[in-house]
Write a protein that binds this ligand. Sequence first.
Ligand code: AVJ
Length: 319
Amino acid sequence: MSPFQLTRTLPEDATDAALRADVLQGLTRTPKTLPPKWFYDARGSELFDEITTLPEYYPTRAEREILLDRAPEIAAATGARTLIELGSGSSDKTRHLLDELTGLVSYVPVDVSESALNGAAAALLAERPGLRVHALIADFTHALTLPATPGPRLVAFLGGTIGNLLPAERAEFLALVRTLLEPGDALLLGTDLVKDESVLVRAYDDAAGVTAAFNKNVLTVINRELGADFSPADFSHLARWDPEREWIEMRLRARRALSVKIPELDLVVHFAAGEEVRTEVSAKFRQDRVRDELRGAGMELRYWWTDGAERFALSLATA
Ligand code: AVJ
C-alpha cells in the first residue's frame, strides 16, 4: 500500500456553494458579517504566513515554544500511534510534535485545502519514511469519518483557531471532537490567552499593515469567485477588543457610502459611510473557560502548559 492516501469527503463544488451561502447571508443581515474561513485562498494563506513572522503577532511563536518544551511530555502522556490534525495547513507547527512521537505509525492531516495537504504530505514522507499519511479533505466543523488507524489516537487542533468559532459553534465542535475519542485517546488544543488589550490589538493591527491586507483579501476572494466589484481601498481595517466576550474582532469599515454588485448572487449590497463588516472573531481564553467548555463536551482537562510569558496555552484533555 502506498504510504500516502488522500480522501475527499467534500464534493468539489462544496466550497463554492458554502461561499455563496455565507456571502449572501452575511451581507444581507445587520450588522454585516463574513466568516473568517474565506481569508485563506493562496494569497491569504501567504499573508497569514507573513503575519506569523511579525513582531506583534506572538501566538505562533508562543505555541512553538510550548510544543518544543513539551513534546516529550505529550508523547509520554499519550503514547500516540495516530496523530489526527484538524486544520493542518502546512503541518509546520506539528513538526516538533511529530519528531517526538516516536511510536507514531499514522498521521491524518485534515484540511479543506487540497494543495496544503499534498505539500505537507510530500515534505513529511521525505522526512519520516515508514509513516503512513492519510490526508482528509474535509470541513472539520461538520461530521468527520476517520480512517481506521491504530490507537491510541491524539487529535490536535493548534494555532488558536478554535477562537474563530463563536461560543455555540465551539460547543458543537468540541462535542464532535468528543465523538472521535475512544478510551485512551486524547485532544491537544491550542488557545490564545486573555492579556493586556494593547498587546492584543497590536497583534491584529500590525504596523506594517500585513493584517490589514489579510483582512481585505476576503474582498478580493469574493470579487474573483462571485464576480463582485469591491474596491479594497474603499475599506479600512479595524481590530477591536470586546472586554465582555473576551475576543478580538476584525472589521472592515466603509470609508464612504457605496454599493457593490455581486453578479453571481444577483445582489447589490449597500454600505453606509462608516458601516462595518465583522470579518473575524478571535476569542482569547482563561484556564477556567477551557476546562468548563471541555467538560461541557464530556472531556477532562489533564495538562495545561503555557509559554514562559503566559501568552498562549496548550491543553491536553481526555474523554
Ligand atoms: C489562524 C485563526 C489563529 O485568529 O489569530 C491572524 C488568524 N487573524 N491575524 C488568529 C488571524 C488575524 C489567526 N488564526
